[in-house]
Ligand binder design. Structure first.
Ligand code: NAD
Length: 273
């Protein structure tokens, strides 16, 4: 049903790839560049970066050196916590553009809802959208109560919320809220930072299709209508993670994986970070 280049239509009609490369903790420039180069050569069309990841230069470089045109690719970046506020966000975005050496970013997110600042941060993101410097607006790590605050004021609804989500943290409440407001969800740490990969139940389900646990989990995200951005710097895993479009989990298997939820986070809770 999906392919490597399948997209999800956001609230404003922009098509966001359902699958991409996450590049958190790729701080060694050479390793970051090689991983991005490998992903683009494998057919990935989306990269999820952030000012905080300190590798936006490598994202720009890998894209310029790839065989793809800029408009065939979808790049997400995020404003870091210490740069939040209206003017600060506008300045931070300019730095991001300079590092990427692009004239626009596809999606720009508030990285975390910094108390007393995140509504102003989002107001700046709306301005960037009005100025056509970004193609879509969004947030990350926002709980429904943060989104309620934004929605009360926003002229442009956030189109994406990127949250920690994997089989041990299925985020049903956040997802129901997003569905009601037509906000797409991106799963960060979709493999639980690698810590869900030892799960025997998922491994057994994968065996039936000759798929690894990582592939089975990625497929679970896709079939849940979630945008998924697994990270790897290992070339064969970058390839492996993309080979998830030739099998389909049954309804029952999806339910078995859903039931593994145990409210376990590998990152911070947004109300307490
Ligand atoms: P992840 O869940 O993608 O797990 C990555 C780890 O899993 C890798 O380091 C590797 O050790 C292992 N792995 C990957 N593929 C594998 C395979 N096929 N076989 C075996 N092991 C494999 O973790 P992540 O990097 O935390 O999350 C993915 C992306 O989400 C990040 O790179 C970043 O782009 C984004 N993210 C966003 C936030 C946020 O606050 N918005 C926070 C964390 C991550």
């Amino acid at each position: 049903m999906y392919t490597l280049t399948s997209t999800k239509k956001l609230e404003n009609g922009v098509e966001m790839p359902r699958f991409g490369l996450g590049v958190y903790k790729m701080t060694n420039p050479e390793e970051a560049y090689m991983s991005m180069e490998k992903a683009l050569a494998t057919g990935y069309i989306a990269i999820d970066t952030a000012a905080f990841y300190n590798n936006e230069e490598q994202v720009g470089e890998a894209i310029r050196n790839s065989s793809k045109k800029r408009d065939e690719l979808f790049i997400t970046s995020k404003v870091w916590n210490t740069d939040q506020g209206y003017d600060e966000t506008l300045r931070a975005f300019e730095k991001t553009l300079n590092k990427l050496q692009f004239d626009y970013v596809d999606l720009y997110l508030t990285h975390w809802p910094v108390t007393d600042k995140f509504t102003e941060t989002y107001r700046a993101i709306e301005r960037l959208y009005d100025e056509k410097l970004i193609r879509a607006t969004g947030v990350s790590n926002h709980e429904p109560h943060h989104l309620e605050q934004l929605l009360a004021k926003a002229n442009i609804k956030p189109m994406v919320n990127q949250i920690e989500l994997h089989p041990y943290l299925t985020q049903t409440e956040n997802r129901a809220f997003a569905q009601k407001h037509n906000i797409a969800i991106t799963s960060w740490s979709p493999l639980g930072r690698g810590k869900v990969l030892g799960d025997e139940t998922i491994a057994r389900i994968g065996e039936k299709y000759n798929k690894s646990t990582a592939q089975t989990i990625i497929r679970w995200h896709l079939q849940n209508d979630l945008i998924v951005i697994p990270k790897s710097v290992t070339p064969h895993r970058i390839e492996e993670n993309a080979k998830v479009f030739d099998f389909e989990l049954t309804k029952e298997e999806m339910a078995v994986i859903d039931a593994l939820h145990r409210d376990e986070r590998f990152g911070s809770h947004p109300d307490n970070f």
